[in-house]
Ligand binder design. Sequence first.
Ligand code: NBY
Length: 804
Amino acid sequence: MAFDVQEFKKEYQKKFEELFAYGYEAGSKTEQYIALGDLVRGLYSEDWIQTITEYNKKKEKQVYYFSMEFLPGRMLKSNLLNMGILDCVKQGMEDMGLDLDEVARAEVDPALGNGGLGRLASCFMDSIASTGLAGNGNGIRYRYGLFKQKFINGYQIELPENWLRNRNVWEVRKENKAVIVRFGGDVSFTQEDGDGRLRVRHENTRDILAVPYDTAQVGYNNGIVNNLRLWSAEIPYGDEARFSTEEQREEVKRITEVLYPDDSNYEGRLLRVQQEYFFSSAGIQSIVRYFKRLNLDWSLFPDKIAIHINDTHPTLAIPELMRILLDEEGLTWDQAWEITKKTVSYTNHTILQEAMERWPETMISDLLPRIYQIIQEINRRHIDKKTPLYGEELSQRTAIIANGQIKMANLAIIGSHSVNGVARLHTDILMADTLHDFYVMYPQKFNNKTNGITQRRWVQIANENLTAMLDETIGTEWKSDPEEIKILKAHRDNKMVLDKLEQVKLANKKRFAAYVEQEMGIEIDPTALFDVQIKRLHAYKRQLLNVLHILDRYLQLKDNPNANLQKRVFIFGAKAAPSYYYAKQIIKLINSIAYLINNDPSIKDKIKIVFVENYGVSLAELIIPAADISEQISLAGKEASGTSNMKLMSNGAITMATLDGANVEIRDNVGDDNIFIFGLKSDEVQEYYRNGVYNSRDVYDKNPRLKRILNLLIDGTIPGVETEGRDIFDSLVMYNDEYFLLKDFDGYLQAQYEADVAFSDRDRWNRMALMNIASSGPFSSDYTILRYADEIWKIKPQSGSKFN
Ligand code: NBY
């Protein structure tokens, strides 16, 4: 983008005065940020229009990524970077006496997602635009994002996250693109027009207006600006009389009021299914409206449109597309079904049974009577067709409706042409186990797409020090083609490069230490080993195993204050679902241990524990560049992929890992010398579950070191955790330790003490860090997205894109 510093300064001052009617010097940080954001939006608006016009003119096939969650992080610097004007703007701001980073921090981080699934959606949006693919996002404009987490007396407290309190400069309300979404009502059939065709009459519905808010997704240095469309629920214009009471108006607003804060347990509530249908229907309606403008035969729909559903939350898009094609466009069932299947594809993100969405039949039949009929018909035809081929039993196991419930994964698989897992191991488990019945029926639908991350945000923006060092050492090719970072391997024995890398890491650790000192009043030593576990709090992710290791160190130092142990800072960031009692108990436990150890003078700062409040994308950008160890210690088979593992690796942290999710592929890429692997393998876990011979009580009795640690939970050593300590102890010792922490404990300790040894050899450690960075290229979401485009969506990067 042609733009110089002088011009920028002039434009910025003008914009600020236009908005606030005084000079920028007197403005608040928020005002300074809003002026800059507004200016930036103006700068890409022409490309935004141009991109859409081009797609329309060329009748380009487009993908629509349907996701209940997006976690984009702050957008200012990301947009500046992708527009190629980050350095220019930084300089201009500095000239005007402003600090871009400080101004950027005034942006509220939109937390419209829970964790991995939502963040993946945002990495994908960035990669779709940056590889030059015609793609759009479709989701919900929640009024309140994921709750704001506070710790009070060590307990998690949830506060509402009003992310729209200031103006959102990036979104554009598109009132003219609003659609009506209908709930409830009566369905009847009539024979009209004498053509013998049944017409569906759907009357007395409750109509909600879906208003889209569009946000630009700026591609990296390629002039492409795609669209993310988020829907907001409103009362239809002219319909105010039907919503005369406050209660009725509240009911409408409630639909897009708040994000469900659970990343592992689906909520079988009416409001949740309303949300799901609301944005699925609105998205499908706007796609159909677009397609009709192209004036093509319906059979060409799948040649112009790909619809991807991010987990099962948008699955109602399938019967909704069927409904429109059948009832509104008059296609036959077979025509509509062919089109729907060819258009839709589905990603599975979990094998946890409690996360599998199932809706009571009556809930769907009351709320969405026509959709319910269509699901019934899909199910009936499925069973009729598959029973003669696969027999009664297998067919019934794959039924969409059973025992009064509607199984969304079954509908998603049957109604789509592609089902993918998010890491090799995860996809293998889906095919061999979780979705095996479907794999037998539809082997050709199954495929793997290992997750990825965008190094633009996670290295270029989050880690400017590393970026500068890489540019200096290997040139800038890696920025547009992440695989090129492998050139760095040539420097593995270059002492100067290794030292520089150490300096980069140290600078990042100092930056994080300053934050911790400022926000939490805890002093940490930037030369200590920073051991990081950042992810949602869940039993399967085993933050508790990390805790057991910390307690082991604690006991060693209590026994011998001069024990030769590597100084470590244990850093946690995690939100627990508000209704997840056990996860909240673990938070309280960690905070209590932190209090105990951080304030014990005999530990002499050999251990510090930092549990940051309100972990999210912005904090991740601060913590990840400062990490030495990346904790990826889920029970093998449970973590579908993980993506923080990739972000941390790209920033030179060494992974402490079980062979779970994408850790397996990370190990394949970095090699055994540059990762710490321990613990049960996935098939061993399976075997234990099957034959049931695991006895955690036995491990407790026979392992004195572990026994001593576990007893700390119940002997009063840790103040303030009488209930939590007892419950957690019981879960591990008395209720047979569902996630095999005790079984994996010895292996974990051994790997941790190996890490100590490695860390004390500075050259060795820096070389390991270098090898991790140099091997991280394949985990770019650019490649992941190109594989989706090529193998699932059948779309090609725009001509002119370097990926074309
Ligand atoms: O998706 C995560 C997986 O746990 C992680 O391994 C993977 O890397 C990531 C991206 O593929 N899953 C996840 O984040 N799931 C959710 O956030 C989620 C949210 C809501 C619901 C279920 C799961 N829900 O049922 O409401």
